[in-house]
Design a protein around this ligand. Structure first.
Ligand code: J2J
Length: 526
């Protein structure tokens, strides 16, 4: 029904159904099933508030009803920008039930991102938390409205609480359930359409690989709308197993450790810089972390040294997770030997995840050598939303997604992430498309040319450095003025260049293009 979605070829789809990956189940049916199985068990905890499975199901129906009353209907897009609060789940599950598509954004996104995303999806509604962490999203909404004429409703969770229960059955499992944001390497963020069938498969399989059960208590420390937190196995995997989801308003040890003790949390997921902060704090903290059984780390490369400290310091197992919102997710397995858990980023979920590791001309590299990772499979998209030109380069003719990651594969199937070919900065798990920031910098009247690259950072792994060439007659600029300019353009704070350097020329490649590799090494600068 959504023409902006690239379907899997019919024969492939049939194969995925026959193999039992795609079970023809929608999120709405799935949630009814959970309510029937787990009824009064606690599903979601936010501070003193608790939702049972039955209550979550009911709240999802009421939210669906509230959206329906607003005139939102099946297939409509709704921008969701919510922090880690309990209401996230009934709102998202309610939209799934209605067949409207949540478009996930992060709490840190600002006018540039929300405006573009709302416009690019012709979103009819924007759901935000009101004032959150001293930031007023009502004001943001006012700035976004002129950018996205399709927006008819701006609502907060309180506006959605008491609709009349809606329980339509119109949605089908092959429909797109939501749009997720891509880490991106182009000027504007790309959107990822995921179907009920494909996402539920990744959730069921992830819950099994991670051995979740109704005893699992999962702390939502990373942003809840991120693909890792949602589905690897994340909040949806934990619900699938009948476990308990505990929202955590901030990932710092000061906030998270007392919650772990109070709720007897058994697992959580972090990006590497946070894992390192937790390791340092736990060593000197008297917080009771004894309930913790599993720490998942992913989103960026975890150093072998930090990986080796997890078990001795936190007293729980480590799982490395190398995933992407486009699909493919790799996990180290609970019974993998320690060397694989510490030294690799895991192996794919599915026996039908196809992996190719190729050189710059798409020829497979010899086994064990580093190359570009290409993948296709039962939960990896075949195209971005409304992006035919980008799709032509981001996917091969036979449907493999070009991840932009440089990896090598061990005989066991485990992948080691060795680097990145895409023009992106991975700032401690937060992805920044260099081109997006460069375009904003180029809007400054004094800037002749801009190039944004990653520089190594001991804490975040990478930070951003913007190299700028100023126009000859332009008045000089300070780094602070450049940063303030980017902020004034409405970009999320994590995309504002950490460092700004003024140069007279950029290093060139042999064919006269800017050499970002040399720029990262600070070669050829003048
Ligand atoms: C190195 N690089 C990694 C890792 C992701 C689970 C976990 C993470 C994501 C995610 C996700 C990495 N080591 N362990 O969606 O479901 C980098 C790669 C990858 C990109 C994807 C999930 N884990 N990466 O991080 O869509 O470069 O998804 O292609 O945000 O993050 O980013 P994103």
């Amino acid at each position: 029904m959504l023409t902006d979605f690239t379907p899997w070829p019919d024969a492939t789809a049939q194969r995925y159904r026959a193999a039992g990956y795609w079970q023809g189940e929608t999120f709405s049916g799935w949630l009814h099933g959970l309510a029937a199985r787990f009824g009064e068990r606690v599903a979601v905890v936010d501070g003193a508030r608790r939702w049972s499975y039955a209550a979550l199901n009911e709240a999802a129906s009421r939210t669906a009803g509230a959206f329906e009353d607003l005139g939102v209907s099946r297939g409509d897009r709704v921008v969701v920008q919510l922090p880690n609060i309990g209401e996230f789940l009934p709102i998202v599950l309610g939209l799934f039930r209605l067949g409207a598509l949540p478009v996930f954004t992060l709490p840190s996104h600002r006018r540039a991102e929300i405006g573009h995303i709302a416009a690019a999806t012709d979103a009819v509604a924007y759901v935000h938390p009101g004032v959150w962490e001293r930031f007023d999203h009502h004001r943001l909404a006012d700035e976004v409205r002129p950018l996205a004429p399709s927006l008819r409703h701006v609502v907060t969770p309180a506006d959605l609480a008491d609709g009349k229960p809606f329980d339509g059955t119109d949605v089908s499992a092959g429909d797109v359930a939501f749009l997720q944001l891509s880490g991106g390497s182009t000027g504007l963020p790309k959107l990822i359409p995921r179907t009920h069938d494909d996402y539920l498969y990744s959730i069921r399989a992830s819950a099994e690989i991670c051995r979740l059960s109704s005893d699992t208590v999962y702390l939502v420390a990373l942003p809840i709308a991120h693909n890792f937190t949602m589905s690897s196995p994340g909040v949806l995997g934990v619900l699938h197993a009948g476990g308990r989801v505990v929202t955590c308003p901030a990932p710092s040890p000061a906030v998270a450790f007392p919650l772990i003790a109070a709720e007897r949390v058994t697992m959580t997921a972090l990006v590497p810089p946070l894992a390192m902060v937790w390791l340092d704090s736990a060593a000197s903290s008297d917080a009771d972390l004894s309930s913790l059984q599993l720490l998942q780390v992913g989103g960026a490369r975890l150093s072998d040294e930090a990986a080796a400290r997890v078990e001795p310091v936190l007293g729980c197992a480590l799982q490395q997770v190398f995933g992407m919102a486009e699909g493919l997710v790799n996990y180290t397995r609970p019974d993998d030997p320690p060397a694989l858990v510490v030294g690799t980023q895991g192996r794919p979920i599915s026996p039908d995840d196809e992996i190719r590791i190729v050189d710059a001309s798409d020829r497979e590299v010899p086994a064990g050598e580093v190359g570009h990772l290409l993948t296709r499979g039962p939960y990896t998209i075949r195209g971005y939303y409304r992006a035919p030109e980008h799709n032509a380069v981001a996917f091969t003719a036979d449907g493999f997604y070009r991840t932009g990651d440089l990896v090598r594969q061990l005989p066991s199937g485990h992948l080691v992430v060795e680097g990145r070919a895409k023009d992106q900065i991975n700032r401690g798990g937060e992805k920044i498309a260099a081109e997006e920031v460069e375009n904003q910098l180029l809007a400054h009247p004094a800037v002749l040319d801009a190039s944004v690259v990653a520089v190594p950072d001991p804490v975040l792994g990478e930070r951003t450095c913007a190299y700028l060439i100023l126009r000859p007659a332009a008045p000089s600029l300070t780094a602070g003025q450049v940063r303030a300019f980017v902020r004034s353009r409405g970009l999320a704070a994590y995309k504002i260049p950490d460092r700004v350097e003024f140069v007279d020329a950029f290093p060139q490649t042999a064919v006269g293009k800017i050499s970002k590799a040399r720029l990262r090494r600070r070669e050829g600068l003048s």
